[in-house]
Each structure stands twice: as structure tokens, then as C-alpha cells.
Write a protein that binds this ligand. Structure first.
Ligand code: SAM
Length: 366
């Protein structure tokens, strides 16, 4: 496997521990060396991509003929575990597994089951407050119960429409019915469901009030997202860009939205619907960037650590995992902190302009 002995945390059983592995050198001093970037922001959240592959080809995300990485370039489950453990050892308390579509990754459940050993102790003692995933829901029906058993308590499901025809139009290869079954299975298994809906001009904008009503009736949190200029697709994203200021105006013509100070550690800003108490989130990378409070970094399935979704600053972890050792990996995290930029500078205003960054969202995950 090529991992340096001792690269794994050893609290509780791990599927991936080899007989010769020794204790993680940082256990016991986790909170002592938190990851703090050059702007004083503490990094507590990691989005870890387990694959770049996806069974959908959402038109705003990637081209229909998307080329995926050769499997040999992708981190093994053991390496993914080692990366997660290295971050947890430095005080990261939330890990979101993402992709691509995480549930298409072979062995995904074993990875979650192994990471379960980190869940539980309060943040100051180290360990995870939350292990979660972002999924398109297509395979959730079969995974919901085992995910709950493995310690997952919340799933983020991407759902841009409740109309089967539109669903196919947006995802190009996906069907709505299994996704709705997956969401229902998640609820039945005891998982909290958070829906993410990308607001798309002329595609799903007329459905936004109906989505609010449905999510409210089902007891799901709902967050809207602005489409971001990440990676080339067939069409010009300018055509589909719908600022969330417009979404908010539409909703305000039907219900009373009250700004809420609630934060969940992510980029969303929340409102409550006065009439029902329902919570709605707004992620506005274009109309209002939220970088000053950014607490996140992202690792691709090949082990590239990106410090910002909208910038190119990166540190390669894969070779360190394979040939370095825990100290080299740890030193790389410190180096990364110095490289984290102040913020992204997304704009979608010039029709035909190139994306802000060339990589697709499916590489760095959401
Ligand atoms: N397959 C999983 C899913 O569907 O949630 C995880 C990966 S997907 C790339 C994560 C999220 O990114 C989804 O909610 C998707 O809608 C969103 N997304 C993809 N490309 C985007 C873009 N260019 N702008 C905004 N959101 C995007």
C-alpha cells in the first residue's frame, strides 16, 4: 500500500490498520496545533473527494463527454483515511465526503465505517463533530441505513428540481425517482436531510417556491446555491446564472423571510420563514462572497489540497502519503495554511468569459 507506518490515527479500530502500524504521533496534542491560515482563520472543515466520477452529467457542472481520471491516480481508501486522520489530528472537526458522486466509489462504506472511530469526543479533545457526505441521491436508498450505522447523521442531497423531465434535462443521465426514494430512505433511517438546489435561470427558477413548500413539509433544510464559473461546459454559464438576490425577492413576494444569525460552519447564510419557522440557506459566492469567515479546505480524489474553491493555490499530498511520512504530511498542512488566499473573486458578468478556474466542481467537490 506504500503508506508510512504510523500515518493512521489509532483511536478505536480501523479497517485499514496494518499490523506494523504504530500510534499516530499527534494523538494527544490535537488541539495544541490547530490549522490557522495567514489571515487568522482556523480551518475546521475539510471536503474530501473520494472520486471524480459521477453517474450524472449535470449541465452546469461538467460536459456530457467528461473525461475522468485513470483509477491509478486516485487515492486508495487507506490513503483517504490517512488524509482525513492527519487533518483530524490538527483539530479539523467536520469532514464532508464528496466527489464526483461519493456513493459510486467502490468501498465507500468501508471508508466511512473506518472513519467512524474519530466521531464522538468533543472538539476540544479532538475528533469529529460531524462526518457527512454530499450526494446526488441516486444510490442513497441502498446506503442510507448502513451510513447511519456508520455514524453519519446528516446527508446533503443535491436536488435542483422535483419535475422528472427537468431532472433529466439538467442531469442528462439521471432519473428523479431513485433520488426521491433515496431521500425518503435517508429520512426513514434517521438521517437529517439537507437539500442543495442550484438556482438556474430559465430552468428551475419557477420551481423555487414549490421546492420550499415541499422541503418544509418533509422537514428538510433547503439551501440555494449560485452557479459558479468552474470548468468548461458546453454552454455559457452566464445564460443560466440566477443571482440569489432575485430568488430572495421572489420568495419575499409570497412569504416573510427573517434574517437569522444561525451558522452551521459552512458558507450559507440563513433566513427563517416567519409563517412556518422553516430555515432556508443562501450560498452566494457571486453576489456576496463569504471568504472572511472561510474555515474550509478541499482535497481532490488524487490528493491535491486546494485552499480555495475559486483559486489555484494547492499542495500535493499524494507523493507525501506514498513516500513521505506523517511528519511530511503534517508539514504540508502547515505550508498549505500559508498559501490559503484571502478569498475567491468569482464574477459572471461577461458573456463568453472563461471560467474563473479550469477545474470542475466535480474535482474539488461540494
Ligand atoms: N455528486 C454529489 C452531489 O451531487 O452532491 C457531490 C458532488 S457535486 C459536484 C456537489 C455540488 O456541487 C452539487 O450540489 C452540485 O449541484 C454543485 N455544483 C456543481 N457544479 C457547480 C457549479 N458550477 N456551480 C455551483 N454549484 C455546482
Amino acid at each position: 500500500m506504500g503508506l508510512h507506518p504510523g500515518v493512521h490515527a489509532t483511536r478505536g479500530p480501523s479497517l485499514f490498520l496494518l499490523p506494523d502500524e504504530t500510534a499516530h504521533p499527534y494523538i494527544g496534542c490535537m488541539a495544541a496545533r490547530p490549522l490557522i491560515d495567514g489571515f487568522g482563520r482556523r480551518i475546521s472543515c475539510v471536503r474530501l473527494s473520494v472520486t471524480d466520477r459521477c453517474d450524472f452529467r449535470c449541465a452546469y457542472c461538467m460536459p456530457l463527454d467528461m473525461t475522468f481520471l485513470p483509477k491509478a491516480e486516485v487515492l486508495t481508501l487507506e490513503e483517504l483515511d490517512a488524509v482525513a486522520s492527519a487533518f483530524i489530528a490538527r483539530g479539523v472537526s467536520r469532514i464532508r465526503l464528496t466527489g464526483g458522486e461519493p456513493l459510486v466509489r467502490k468501498g465507500f462504506l468501508e471508508l466511512v465505517q473506518a472513519l467512524k472511530r474519530h466521531i464522538g469526543p468533543s472538539r476540544d479533545e479532538g475528533g469529529l463533530d460531524e462526518l457527512t457526505l454530499t450526494t446526488n441521491g441516486s444510490r442513497l436508498a441502498r446506503f442510507a441505513e448502513p451510513l447511519f450505522a456508520a455514524g453519519v447523521r446528516r446527508v446533503n442531497v443535491s436536488l435542483d428540481t422535483l419535475d422528472a423531465g427537468r431532472f433529466r434535462q439538467i442531469t442528462r443521465t439521471g432519473d428523479l425517482a431513485p433520488v426521491l426514494e433515496g431521500i425518503a430512505a435517508a429520512k426513514a433511517a434517521g438521517l437529517s436531510v439537507k437539500l442543495n438546489m442550484v438556482a438556474l435561470k430559465g430552468l428551475n427558477e419557477d420551481e423555487i417556491p414549490a421546492m420550499v413548500t415541499w422541503a418544509g413539509a418533509e422537514g428538510f433544510d433547503l439551501t440555494f446555491i449560485e452557479t459558479m464559473p468552474l470548468g468548461l461546459i458546453e454552454e455559457d454559464r452566464t445564460n443560466r446564472y440566477l443571482p440569489l438576490t432575485a430568488v430572495r425577492r421572489t420568495l419575499e413576494s409570497r412569504m416573510t423571510l427573517v434574517d437569522s444569525p444561525e451558522r452551521t460552519g459552512g458558507p450559507a447564510r440563513y433566513v427563517r420563514v416567519a409563517e412556518t419557522g422553516q430555515k432556508l440557506g443562501f450560498i452566494t459566492p457571486l453576489t456576496h462572497n463569504f471568504c472572511e469567515s472561510c474555515n474550509r479546505v478541499r482535497v481532490t480524489a488524487t490528493g491535491t489540497l486546494f485552499m480555495c474553491l475559486g483559486q489555484e493555490d494547492r499542495v500535493e499530498l499524494r507523493d507525501l502519503l506514498r513516500d513521505g511520512g506523517p511528519a511530511a504530511l503534517d508539514e504540508a498542512l502547515d505550508r498549505a495554511m500559508q498559501l490559503k488566499p484571502k478569498g475567491h473573486d468569482f464574477v459572471i458578468e461577461r458573456p463568453g468569459a472563461a471560467p474563473a478556474v479550469s477545474r470542475h466542481m466535480s474535482m474539488t467537490g461540494g
